[in-house]
Design a protein around this ligand. Structure first.
Ligand SMILES: [Zn+2]
Length: 90
């Protein structure tokens, strides 16, 4: 799950809370805010379910199964499974 923070300091404090000592490994990069946003949007697009269109970054589902071309989230798998079950001839 991705957590969003208002500031870099808030993000660092949260990382330190979960991974004690991680802030010592913090490095300075040349990434500008615009480039970081572009990269984030690209990753967000790549983590999108091909069926419902939700992204993992929006916390809409917990797992995404990737095929060669398409991806499907756990919620869609459950929904399709229930639809198939209800259509079964008993
Ligand atoms: Zn989905």
């Amino acid at each position: 799950m991705v957590e969003e923070h208002a500031t870099r300091e808030e993000s660092r404090a949260n990382a330190e809370k979960h991974y004690k000592g991680i802030n010592r490994k913090w490095i300075k990069t040349d990434y500008k805010k615009k480039n970081a946003k572009k990269l984030f949007n690209k990753e967000k697009e790549e983590m999108k379910c091909s069926f419902c269109g939700n992204s993992h970054y929006d916390h809409e589902f917990t797992s995404l199964i990737c095929g060669k071309e398409e991806k499907i989230c756990d919620k869609c798998v459950k929904r399709f499974s229930e639809e198939l079950s209800s259509n079964e001839i008993s």
